[in-house]
Design a protein around this ligand. Structure first.
Ligand code: GDP
Ligand code: GDP
Length: 434
């Protein structure tokens, strides 16, 4: 189960510097594997073996008509609602500002787990000044320097201690699916079409995150959980239009599931917000099925669906191997097809290929198309094996792994995808020294 840590605070206190420091090492690994560019909003972190996600709320443009202060207040409220721990960053060089006071007041009233990071304490002499921030009435204050790392170890020690215990995953053996997407794409309509008013099948599982509801679906020979963050059905209209809100929601749902049904609105196309959610799914290494909903509203010619799919995939390239289903949630068109695809993706995600089969298939291909020589050095791949991991991960053992470039990784990934079905599943390709 994913734990989410949100970084809040006013501009320029050092939120994004802290975010980078917390997510650096793991982010590098994730990026190497997926070849996607990092952004400053969302990343993975790990401390003393405890994993969690970090969201930098400052990475969101505030596009509200409200005054700046109100908009920030809104963002803090959303962060409290959706995150497990709030790291409130303040700046030792400015002291406590009015804005800090205002945020502190919200946190005192509403948040359970708060850590204050008094940033820019670059040397020991400044530590006493950090204690002025106790006047905000919040405990657990850590003087840190996001720039040089001082104090961040103590902060992290405390952080992982107060992360809620999410329990073991083994009590959930069924596949977990979630429907994500921008507001008004049709998510609630789909969920209602699937489970209707059958409320007795709603079972909150032990060890699940605060607001997530797992609905067991077992009808028509299918058996799985639908993950619903509170409010997909019971909507809170207040923040609905805020992009930040739907992205925070999506993060929580994505982390709790195996396969995500990303619903987009056919009448609007695949826009920035959809792309952001798609990339969150990919970076979380979860399976994906894209549902192009409200297809009933589209005027169709022979190739309309095909063209839509091509346009979509040109925006997610190089990742294009995933199912796309054209649905109508209100007319109940192809919604069972969507479920079947989600189950197929779940199977693909668990697929294991034996070492001898892998080598029989790949070694001749590699022989014919070896990685290009680098600085006059030839790269020799000796054997390939699938690693035990939650997504299909393959290690290519060779003499000079550092010389293998991204295009060659994609080449072997595509060969694997053509031979075995990994549709809808992110893959990891590693080159390792042997
Ligand atoms: P954000 O707007 O809250 O995300 O703040 P940034 O992370 O962009 O940082 C704002 C400015 O503060 C930048 O110029 C950073 O280099 C600087 N800064 C961040 N952390 C520290 C720190 O620990 N010490 C000092 N001296 N400057 C810092
Ligand atoms: P959510 O915000 O993603 O949960 O979206 P809703 O399920 O609340 O749907 C938003 C609006 O779109 C509602 O008015 C729905 O009736 C409508 N809607 C949802 N799915 C479809 C569809 O497949 N076709 C049409 N024509 N309208 C839809």
């Amino acid at each position: 189960m994913g734990n989410i840590v949100a970084i809040v605070g006013r501009p320029n206190v050092g939120k994004s510097t802290l975010f980078n420091r917390l997510t650096e090492s793991r982010q590098a690994i994730v990026d190497e594997a997926s070849g996607v560019t990092r952004d400053r909003i969302y990343g993975k972190s790990e401390w003393n073996g405890v994993r969690f996600s970090v969201v930098d709320t400052g990475g969101y443009a505030i596009n509200s008509e409200d005054q700046f202060e109100n908009a920030i207040r809104e963002q803090v409220l959303i962060a409290i609602e959706e995150a497990d721990v709030i790291v409130f960053v303040v700046d030792v060089s400015t002291g406590v500002t009015d804005y800090d006071e205002a945020v502190a007041e919200i946190l005192r009233r509403k948040a359970k787990n708060v850590i204050i990071a008094v940033n820019k304490v670059d040397n020991h002499q400044q530590i006493p000044e950090a204690s002025y921030f106790y006047s905000m009435g919040l405990n657990e204050l850590f003087p840190i320097s996001a720039i040089n790392g001082a104090g961040t170890g103590e902060l992290l020690d405390h952080l992982v201690k107060i992360l809620p215990d999410k329990g073991e995953e083994e009590d959930i053996e069924l596949p977990r699916f979630t429907v994500v997407g921008r507001p008004n794409a049709g998510k609630s309509s789909l969920i209602n079409a699937l489970i209707g008013e059958d409320r007795n099948i709603v079972t909150p599982l032990s060890g699940t995150t605060r607001d997530s509801i797992f609905t067991r679906y077992n009808k028509y020979g299918h058996d799985f959980y639908l993950v619903d963050t509170a409010g997909i059905r019971k909507k809170t209209k207040v923040h609905e239009d805020l992009e930040f809100y739907s992205v925070m929601r999506a993060i929580r749902a994505i982390e709790n599931s195996d396969v995500c049904l990303l619903m987009i609105d056919a009448t609007r196309g695949f826009e920035g917000q959809d792309q952001k959610i798609f990339s969150l799914i990919e970076r979380n290494r979860k399976g994906v099925v894209v549902l192009v909903n409200k297809w009933d509203l589209i005027e169709k010619e022979n190739n309309t669906a095909k063209e839509f799919e091509e346009a979509l995939k040109s925006l997610t390239a190089p990742y294009t191997d995933y199912p796309v289903i054209f649905t109508s949630a209100t007319e109940k068109k192809r919604i069972f097809k969507a479920l079947e695809e989600a189950l197929a993706v779940y199977e693909n995600k668990s697929r294991k290929v034996g070492t001898s089969k892998l080598n029989e298939f790949l070694l001749p291909i590699i022989e014919n198309y070896p990685p290009p020589a680098n600085k006059g050095k030839y790269i020799k791949i000796k054997y390939i094996t699938q690693l035990p991991a939650s997504v299909p991960s393959f290690a290519f053992f060779c003499n000079l792994p550092q010389y293998v470039k991204e295009p060659y990784k994609r080449f072997v990934e595509n060969k694997l995808r053509q031979k075995w079905n990994f549709s809808g599943v992110p893959m990891n390709i590693f080159f390792r020294k042997k």
